[in-house]
Design a binder for this molecule. Structure first.
Ligand code: V0D
Length: 259
């Protein structure tokens, strides 16, 4: 008990220290997070995987609050990938009930923060209850004007790119678009992220050094930040550390730094 109290103070002090070092005028506009390591976090403690997902939901609350307080404009979260259907049936069923559980607990606080919920991915294939809950949340928050909270649900980066290719080629076939008119901006306009600012920073916890089919096109110039910490152990101080590292990096976009 004593130790835990000391630990808390220690971590609060670190948060305050990090928060003071952040420059408000150099914040990333758009941050994405792969919320990974929930199952392994639970295994390590001899708990069922679903306990890890629940713990991951608490982290989500803390990080959303932190991003909102900092003034981040868009937070994109990888909640369910097109590959996650390969997990055991019971785990998929459990995950599909989380949006409802989450929104029941948190929608009010999201409204108070003026947060807009958005999604990207194929919602069509989700169970009806999940789809309806999510659609209701989109509807309820659509007139808010604060931070965008963008959940990637049944999302795959290659799938997103193929969809764009299909939509563009259909336009060419119908004569609405000329092949010569296809450029990066036009392509951007056919992605789920078309109305969002450019991605600045990707955070991946839990020690995996991969992109795992997330935001393939959008990651072209984004900064990447990895940590070994599992998502349920990921705290405000880690988020602030990622933002601070981002601010200390020199972004070149393929050019050379002018001395
Ligand atoms: C499990 C840790 C919130 C990562 C967080 C369906 C994995 C908890 C949502 C959510 C999940 C989604 C849409 C929405 C509101 C909330 C969520 C899934 C998993 C996959 F509009 N947490 N969460 N969705 N986890």
């Amino acid at each position: 008990m004593e130790l835990q109290v000391i630990d808390m103070k220690e971590s609060n002090r670190r948060e305050t220290k990090l928060a003071r070092l952040i420059s408000p005028q150099k914040l990333p506009n758009h941050v994405a997070i792969i919320m990974d390591g929930n199952g392994r976090w639970a295994n390590k403690r001899g708990l069922p995987r679903i306990a890890g997902h629940r713990a991951g939901m608490n982290t989500l609350k803390e990080i959303i609050t932190c991003a909102h307080d900092l003034g981040i404009n868009v937070l994109t979260l990888f909640a369910f990938s097109t590959e996650n259907w390969k997990r055991p049936r019971w785990e998929v069923d459990f995950l599909m009930r989380l949006p409802q559980e989450y929104l029941q607990k948190e929608l009010q606080s999201l409204m108070e923060k003026n947060i807009v919920i958005k999604t990207m991915g194929e919602l069509k294939q989700l169970p009806r209850i999940t789809k309806n809950t999510v659609r209701e949340a989109l509807q309820k928050t659509k007139n808010n004007s604060g931070m965008i909270l963008n959940f990637a649900l049944n999302y795959g980066g290659r799938h997103e790119i193929l969809n764009a290719v299909k939509a563009i080629s259909e336009k060419v076939k119908r004569g609405i678009l000329k092949t010569e008119e296809i450029n990066e901006d036009l392509f951007d306009g056919h992605l789920y992220t078309k109305d969002l600012p450019q991605l600045d920073l990707l955070i991946r916890p839990s020690g995996e050094l991969r992109i795992s089919n997330f935001l393939l096109w959008q990651l072209a110039y984004a900064e990447l930040w990895f940590t070994e910490i599992f998502w349920p152990d990921f705290k405000k101080e880690h988020f602030l550390e990622a933002i601070l590292d981002y601010q200390e990096r020199e972004r070149r976009f393929g050019g050379i730094h002018k001395l």
